[in-house]
Design a protein. Sequence first.
Length: 394
Amino acid sequence: MFVILHADLDSFYASVEQRDEPRLRGRPVLVGGGVVLAASYEAKAHGVQSGMGGRQARELCPQAVVVPPRFEAYVAASKAVFEIFADTTPLVEGLSIDEAFLDVGGLRHVSGSPVEIAVRLRAAVRDRVGLAITVGVARTKFLAKVASGVAKPDGLLYVPPEGELGFLEPLPVRRLWGVGRVTAGKLHERGVFTVGEVAQLEPGALVAMLGPASGHHLYALAHNHDPRPVVTRRRRRSIGGQRALGTRRRLSPAEIDATLVGLADRVCRRMRKARRVCRTVIVRLRFEDFSRITRSHTLLRATWETAPVLAAARALLDGTAPLIREGGLTLLGISLTNLEDADALQLELPFAAKHLGTLDPALDGIREKFGAQAVQRAVLLGKDPGWIPPMLPD
């Protein structure tokens, strides 16, 4: 039987800033000025959330201290925490640089009970890294993640097998994976507000409300049916990046295109570094009323070259021009999916090997050696590239 820990660092970026600067401790801290990348719990108490515009955050919390992000410090802290995870169990599945699943089901005779393991892990992170971490302990990945969310901040919560449904039933439906604002609204319209009320519905009723995929998915989670094991060294299914554009003024088509170019360069560089190729390009947009849309295009052949990816993204963006003019664009993102290993590309007829482009990797090498700004497109000269948050290696 699985026994899974979900370990999640509390307000990671903001906590690193408070750890490294004593004057920030106990005070509301915002990381990032234009868009809030992270907020300390003192700031969250005033309603500030990650991803919120800086002006709105400062209106909610005028006394907040705004600090620029220091990604090198966050990467170093993350590496130190993941070393502690690896010391705890070899079965670690990283979700992001500040959270992971750990399978400790086979360690009882070696390391003690799951709760004892979680207590030691939390103490090690605090003593060796100087950060608070919340841990949820349960039989499934889904329930462990829910438990850690309920236990935040700086907590530990164990859900025993016999108490699983009793723990889940009173929780709001937003605690279910995959339930966002839109799905929650559909459930609320039909008088469904708690996980227990979801569990009481027949699968067919949920399918009628939400569609086959979401309906069956939520029915399973409401009954804590989640057979997924902890998977180590799982490769990404997509590589993406996005840029918040703000709401102070509407950007010109040229400015939006320059942002798209920068994003395409960034995500393609990450793809090549991981020696992957993609087949599908997705463009994501958010408008001033907070509505979102996505558009996708599948290429004829897999590639890691920036030019075809950028051409596909531009075509997708051109198709949304009327919506952008009407609704204003506040966020632009690109994702590359249908990923394959670059070294395992199948030959195409007439069986002549098709070599991947070498120009982009050469430019990547220059940037690796001399810095990201060593070689740039002319359209990006002098422009702010935006924040590039650190991620787990592929």
